[in-house]
Design a protein. Structure first.
Length: 118
């Protein structure tokens, strides 16, 4: 059974916004860390943001801090990623992840494409 399913990707102009969603199946535990990673063409996969479910604390990469916000989706035991002030360098496939330790790389979704272009 697929645990993590991303949605909400698409094409947006520079300066625009998108909201990604990660829907989970199965129970949620307070120890879980839900995160977002991304991979741009020709580059390594990189960390974007994470949320500790029980503590409700968040962590962001320097490249997205102040522009992206990760939040709980309590209805689906998942997370959203609100992305504002998007730049061309944000273009990538975005993956939702889940783990019980840092970094949260234990389980991965299939990814959703985000393209920032005029």
């Amino acid at each position: 059974q697929v645990e993590l399913v991303e949605s909400g990707g698409g094409l947006v102009q520079p300066g625009g916004s998108l909201r990604l969603s990660c829907t989970r199946s199965g129970r949620i535990y307070s120890s879980y860390i839900l995160g977002w990673f991304r991979q741009a063409p020709g580059k390594e996969r990189e960390f974007v943001a994470a949320l500790r479910w029980g503590a409700e604390t968040t962590t962001y990469s320097d490249s997205v801090k102040g522009r992206f916000t990760i939040s709980k989706d309590r209805a689906n035991n998942g997370v959203h990623l609100q992305m504002n002030s998007l730049k061309s360098e944000d273009t990538a496939v975005y993956y939702c992840t889940r783990g019980s330790t840092w970094p949260p790389r234990q389980n991965w979704g299939q990814g959703t494409q985000v393209t920032v272009s005029s």
